[in-house]
Design a protein around this ligand. Structure first.
Ligand code: HEC
Ligand code: HEC
Length: 248
């Protein structure tokens, strides 16, 4: 009995301490910093997650949609769902909207020059499609400016493989009769694995027919452009990519 009472007193004083440290007005911020800033940046500038410094969010045109995106995440992307309570989600959502009212620093580059580099010197359409024009070896870039931050886009071009999106992890399978198939792992379950090779052909393999599989995590089939473009050219290219928001 006395033990129980002590425990309650302890719990109450603990709650009081937390309340004093994190006043209600900033709890949206602290939740955001703890759970979201890792991908969306400390100030919502974006990273591997989308830039949130926008008044209009593609997946969250209104408050209900915003709360749903935060609760469930976005299917097919690395945006996860969360186990936060309703009131915590409300607070984070409010904080996300406050990030949207911040002024965005304009990017240094010129998107038109960037587009010419993309088409010409970069040879990017060989592997990437924008609005259904271009190859399908790499991810579709039609909406890449809405999904990723400028900093991430620059890193993707300068050091591909820093982070390889799902569906593009490279894998090598060796079959029991000595064959080798290298490509992107499209899917894998207990019994089989599907690999898309550089020619775009998808191979479906039974695991019992394989001698082994080798996952080259972190290895990208995309060449690095770090030494191909000057700093100004990279600025232009990133400005072009950041402007790809599915509207063209
Ligand atoms: C593991 C990385 C990651 C974490 C953690 C993460 N997100 Fe995301 N988020 C993303 C990615 C990637 C996208 C872009 C998805 C797309 O558009 O394909 C995104 C998109 C969003 C969008 C939609 C943006 C738009 O333009 O429509 C919102 C809003 C959002 N995230 C809020 C949050 C909040 C709030 C949290 C924390 C509770 C959070 N995210 C945690 C990766 C993350
Ligand atoms: C030989 C094929 C190839 C060429 C050429 C190529 N890429 Fe890629 N790119 C890929 C592949 C495969 C991926 C996915 C794996 C990765 O992220 O490293 C990728 C990933 C990316 C990503 C990250 C996408 C995401 O959702 O994270 C961006 C941005 C990108 N490429 C831009 C470019 C630009 C700009 C050029 C031209 C300067 C270019 N790529 C040239 C194959 C290519």
């Amino acid at each position: 009995m006395i033990r129980a009472v002590r425990r309650i007193i302890f719990a109450v004083s603990l709650t009081a301490t937390f309340a004093a440290q994190a006043p209600a007005a900033t709890s949206g911020e602290s939740l955001y910093l703890g759970q979201c800033s890792f991908c969306h940046g400390k100030d919502g500038e974006g990273g591997r997650g989308a830039t949130l410094q926008r008044r209009i969010l593609r997946h969250a045109p209104d408050e209900a949609a915003l709360r749903l995106v935060i609760r469930r995440g976005i299917a097919g992307s690395s945006m996860p769902g969360t186990a936060l309570s309703d009131s915590e989600i409300d607070q984070v959502a409010k904080y996300v909207r406050s990030l949207g009212r911040r002024t965005i620093r304009p990017l240094p580059g010129d998107p038109n020059r960037g587009e010419r580099l993309y088409q010409g010197k970069g040879g990017c359409p060989a592997c990437h499609a924008v609005s259904a024009r271009g190859g399908s070896f790499g991810p579709d870039l039609t909406e890449i400016g809405a999904a990723r931050s400028p900093a991430y886009l620059r890193a993707s071009v300068v050091e591909p493989g820093a982070e390889v999106p799902r569906g593009f992890v490279q894998i090598r399978a060796v079959t029991k009769n000595g064959g080798q198939i290298t490509g992107a792992r499209v899917n894998e379950d207990t019994f089989s694995v599907q690999i898309r090779d550089a020619g775009g052909v998808v191979h479906s393999l039974w695991k019992e027919d394989l001698n082994g599989m080798n996952v080259d995590l972190g290895k990208s089939p995309m060449p690095s452009y770090g030494s191909v473009f000057s700093k100004d050219e990279l600025d232009d290219l990133v400005a072009y990519l950041a402007a790809l928001r599915g509207t063209r």
